[in-house]
Write a protein that binds this ligand. Structure first.
Ligand SMILES: Cc1ncc(COP(=O)(O)O)c(C=O)c1O
Length: 455
């Protein structure tokens, strides 16, 4: 594609470094410029429409434009467009939002800390694990374990927690106190004949072995997404969390559930923690919290963590942590309205009711020669592109199947997301049955076009 001088494309290339983008390729192909949205669709500057199969970055739960939220933001800016929450300052939308979150938390939670992104929520949780253990007289419990291929954000600490090697390469990361345990991807990683339950036992044994190797007195925290998102929409195998949580309890390790993708209905319950019976000490949330219309995240902490922090005030004075925009009144007002909309639309009921249609629309392609495995829950699904599904034989890397698929998806009006040779689907929670049918048609055409290229 040639880039027209002085176009938005040319100006973009000249002025912006894009995240998660090949910088050299970007200079050749330029950006896909998005100009608007409607329901689960977005439009580019040529007027072409695309069904967004991953809700942007798993976040635009209510689609891509919302008059009602615009009005709330406008009204809030007219009365109080900014104030911070440092040094005892507060604002009512922020208090209302905190109360609401505590009321709908999946397990009893005591307090909320606000930030602007999922990464910052997890960064904060990392710091609180350290602060907590200092407070209770166990400062050596500094190591934090997460999973290979887990994703928890891009800040220096949150990405250290993440288990994605491509995000560590040449950044000199992960930082020292972070460790990674097994990627619990049953389909790809089970041994022949191994049941999901046996696989989960092996995963929990691997976690325990790592803890013992490091020294349990040095391990302070464990992070997990209920369903692993950026690792490929990977569902936990049966009995996985039950067994993992038993290990964490045994060694007094704080458990942080990263609900940044799963929170607010995605898995067919309000929280992934409810879907999979998690009992975390802290919960990080973001994305659908504001339907992605404002940058806001919330970290909930339980009473045990809060009491330890409270005791620190006697020793240290103020809780020495915070962000300029934490507890932002506009972001809080918008998030509060989003939670109202979820109640009105019965977001959990809607996702539960729509899930069979969504899964059936994707499973209809199960016999396609490119597809090896399909697993999902609620409105999230992961699909393996495999040469031989039952035999678990992947395509040769040089075929670049996922890359070809992504190009064909765009041509067919579908915004795709691939993780290696795994395709992920997590559309807006407002997606309609008609849009699901259209998504499935476009998906089918993209699969056929890709197969025609490589067969
Ligand atoms: C599970 C999970 N945690 C944290 C993050 C980081 O959130 P943010 O990009 O808002 O910093 C993401 C982003 O995709 C995520 O999927």
């Amino acid at each position: 594609m040639s880039v027209i001088p002085n176009s938005v494309h040319a100006r973009d290339i000249a002025s912006i470094v894009h995240p998660q983008t090949n910088l050299a390729k970007h200079r050749e192909v330029g950006p896909l410029v998005i100009t608007g949205g409607e329901g689960s669709r977005i439009f580019d500057d040529g007027g072409k429409d695309y069904i967004e199969s991953v809700a942007g970055l798993w976040c635009a739960s209510l689609g891509f434009q919302q008059e009602r939220l615009a009005k709330v933001a406008y009204e809030q800016m007219r009365t109080l467009g900014y104030y911070h929450s440092y040094r005892h300052r507060s604002n009512e939308p922020n208090v209302d939002l905190a109360e609401k979150l505590l009321a709908i938390a999946p397990v009893p939670m005591s307090k909320v800390l606000f930030q602007c992104s999922g990464s910052e929520a997890n960064d904060t949780a990392i710091k609180l694990i350290w602060y907590y253990h200092n407070a209770i007289g166990k400062p050596e419990k500094r190591k934090i374990i997460a999973r290979s291929m887990g994703y928890h954000g891009s800040t220096a600490a949150a990405v250290s927690l993440s288990g994605k090697p491509d995000m560590h390469a040449d950044f000199g990361l992960p930082f020292e106190p972070f460790r990674h345990t097994e990627f619990p991807h049953y389909y790809r990683r089970h041994e022949d004949g191994e049941s999901e339950e046996a696989f989960s036992t092996r995963m929990a044994e691997a976690l325990e072995a790592l803890i013992l190797e490091e020294g349990p007195e040095t391990v302070g925290g464990f992070f997990a997404e209920p369903v692993m998102g950026a690792g490929g929409a990977v569902l936990p195998p049966a009995t996985y969390f039950e067994k993992i949580q038993a290990v964490l309890k045994k060694y007094e390790i704080l458990f942080v559930a990263d609900e940044v993708i799963c929170g607010f209905g995605r898995t067919g319950e309000m929280w992934g923690s409810t879907t999979y019976n998690l009992e975390p000490d802290m919960i990080s949330s973001a994305k659908a919290l504001s339907a992605a219309m404002q940058p806001i995240s919330a970290l909930m902490i339980n009473e045990k963590v809060y009491q330890a922090m409270l005791a620190q005030s006697g020793k240290l004075g103020p809780f020495a942590h915070g962000y300029t925009y934490a507890g932002h009144p506009v972001a809080s007002a918008v998030a509060l309205e989003v939670l109202k909309i979820y109640e009105e639309m019965d977001v959990v009921g809607r996702v539960k009711a729509l899930s069979p249609t969504f899964m059936a629309a994707l499973e209809a392609h199960g016999d396609h020669p490119l597809i090896g495995d399909i697993r999902g829950t609620g409105l999230i699904c992961g699909i393996e592109l495999m040469r031989d599904g039952p035999g678990r034989v992947p395509f040769e890397a040089e075929l670049k199947v996922a890359e070809r698929f992504q190009e064909n998806a765009l041509k067919n009006g579908l915004i795709p997301r691939a993780v290696g040779d795994r395709l992920v689907f997590a559309p807006p929670l407002i997606i309609t049955e008609a849009e699901i049918a259209e998504m499935s048609d476009r998906f089918g055409r993209a699969l056929d076009d890709t197969w025609a290229e490589i067969r």
